[in-house]
Design a protein around this ligand. Structure first.
Ligand code: ADE
Length: 248
């Protein structure tokens, strides 16, 4: 997977991908991440990337020209119909489709080249969206000053889903949301910390019981704080849910 990030703040990303799983994935050549300064694609002597909005209003709008040139340089074309297969041009903005685990999975499975365009909160010339963007993505219903922190979220969530990015393939399958539920609680040593004991079931080595307890706890936690997720839980979980309801 190749990920290109287009930003007016390249320094923002200086070390953020040099830790943990992303660093390992980069070293193992599972992912390649390149940061591009949008100003390098400007054509005027002041290297201007934004301008005042037509029609008036606050703030500045990112110009179309440097973004078109950058996309052409990165994909070989600025015609959406001609992008190489597996290319996704993603505009990060609060107006986009909301990112979640299944969108992360979709990108990890279907794409081999992502270009992340970091918008500014004032906006991006709409012709970028009209002509270039394949996916406009928001990381949640709140407004950030720019798409940079959202780009980091996408890179992290997608990279860890790429084959062999995690030590064990089962880890991603057990993550929160992968089965439509939140994750169960986890404990490590000591078994007694300041009088707070680890649930006995985790200490007895009975794997069937441990599995059952984990499912119940995941369900309990989801029911308590994210009821909305239960609607989307898969059929296997629905069975667990209805069973849980009849048990209680
Ligand atoms: N840029 C500003 N706010 C954003 C958000 N919520 N998600 C993605 N990009 C953004």
């Amino acid at each position: 997977m190749k990920i290109d990030i287009l930003t007016i703040f390249p320094e923002f990303f200086r070390e953020v991908f040099d830790f943990g799983i992303i660093r390992r994935a980069k070293l193992a050549k599972i992912v390649e991440i390149n940061i591009h300064d949008l100003r390098d694609f400007t054509t005027d002597k002041h290297r201007m990337v934004d301008d005042r909005p037509f029609g008036g209003g606050d703030g500045m709008v990112l110009n179309a020209q440097p973004i078109f040139d950058a996309i052409e340089s990165l994909t070989g074309t600025c015609e959406r119909a001609n992008y190489p297969k597996g290319t996704k041009i993603i505009l990060l903005s609060p107006q986009g489709r909301v990112f979640n685990q299944s969108v992360a999975r979709e990108f990890a499975d279907e794409a081999n080249h992502l270009v992340l365009i970091c918008g500014r909160y004032e906006g991006v010339d709409e012709r970028v969206n009209d002509a270039l963007v394949t996916d406009e993505i928001s990381i949640g219903d709140y407004v950030l000053s720019g798409g940079e922190s959202a780009a980091i979220v996408l890179v992290d969530a997608i990279t860890r889903l790429l084959p062999h990015a995690l030590g064990s393939e089962t880890s991603a399958a057990n993550d929160s949301f992968s089965d439509g539920l939140l994750d169960c609680p986890h404990y490590t040593r000591p078994a007694d910390f300041r009088g707070m004991r680890v649930p006995e079931v985790l200490l007895n080595g009975n794997h069937a019981e441990i599995e059952k307890w984990r499912k119940e706890k995941a369900l309990e936690k989801t029911q308590k704080i994210r009821k909305d997720l239960l609607k989307g839980a898969n059929r296997q979980q629905s069975t667990v849910i209805s069973q849980h309801k009849t048990d209680n």
